[in-house]
Design a protein around this ligand. Sequence first.
Ligand code: PHE
Length: 473
Amino acid sequence: MILYCSCAIIINNILKEEEGFIMSQRSSFSSKIGFVLAAAGSAVGLGNIWRFPYLAAQYGGGTFLLVYLILAVTFGFTLMIAEIAIGRKTGLSAIGAFRKLDSRFGFLGILAAIIPIIIFPYYSVIGGWVIKYFAVFISGNGAKAATDTYFNEFISSTAEPIGWFFLFIAFTAVVVLLGVQKGIETVSKFMMPVLVLLSVGIALYGLTVDGAMEGLIYYLKPSFENFSIKTVLAAMGQLFYSMSLAMGIMVTYGSYMKKDNNLESSVRQIEIFDTGIAFLAGLMIIPGVFAFSGGTAESLNQGPGLMFVTLPKVFDSMPMGDVIGTLFFLLVFFAALTSAISLMETIVSILRDKFHWKRKFTCGVVTIIALLMGLPSSLGFGMWSHIKFIGLSILDTFDFISNSVLMPILAFFTCIFVGFVIKPKTIADEVKIGNTQFKGERLFSVMIKWIAPVCLIAILVSSILNALGIIVL
Ligand code: PHE
């Protein structure tokens, strides 16, 4: 509710200000709220609604939630401040920004550029699943989707998921090609509060079903037995992913931010938005797993399919379930689309800066690469399910490489770069331009110099050793 009210206030503000914001040229956001909403549009997506709940279910419920929240206000805060400030200070996107501040660190920009290229294709595969479920519900077939085998049959087939995946990429590419982001962002600004309201409604309904309370407790109550290094690892990867951190996107957004906007409070608002929506998604899905699938270890460990298996069961038991399911998947589609647009736009602008290609041509190249790279992720659940890397499916492998390997590496170097090369004071001075004080300055300096780099290295090493089976966490 609080979240809804804040969305409503924010939207009201935009209407009052009647100011648009365009990101196509290096103009700046005309208002702070424009900036916050655009950054939230990139941040809030499948990461919050699809990825967060399945990780929370798998890694100990309340324990995961608590670890995630602690990381969000420490790590998340620190990295987001650093990235946005670097962008605003230099007025450049990642590749140029790091190089401008210190030519020896130009490689960070390149590393940042690789990450969205890995994420975008498999993100679109999941985006395709969302469109499929929208189609199923709008055609009144929600009850079928609520059966146990439906989801697995769908993802293990060959042609159908690929078709939906192509459609999702096509939507994204058309928006990026026509440069109509502004239109989409306006629509999704209105959709976001509806999504929040609907999620609250679905979650409340879900809690009334027998067995759900046990799920609620599992989701909210931390328990020490459920804690392991894996929990921290998963929460950290999720944090980067969900907040669009450690891949240069926030640097680019920062480069569009006006100097007199309050950077620190913008970061807080983006974090509240993003975490609030993830929390609600968990509230909707995890009690449902207990109510409809018994909360067994197997049902909690389902991984990427969790949302698609659990929610149709919730909808099926509700009055007007098909209508609610249709609306829900439509809203999720919009949230996913705004994130996918920011991913594709980033890739397009990096390639254009580098090769000076025309926009249309670049969009074509990116679309083709994404189609080719996404195909194995889609087939990895069916025809190619025998292909596994370190025990992971193809989609999970891409997810692992970007979130558990490359992002911690980039985040580590960003911390070293800010902490010891340009020094935290450079960032603090930038933060203070829009607002003379920087309340979290002490936390920021200690985190970026010491705590974050040490934890990141520990996490990276343990994640790789664990993946290789050298140590079992
Ligand atoms: N943050 C987005 C989400 O939660 C995903 C994303 C990652 C978008 C990276 C842009 C860049 O879904």
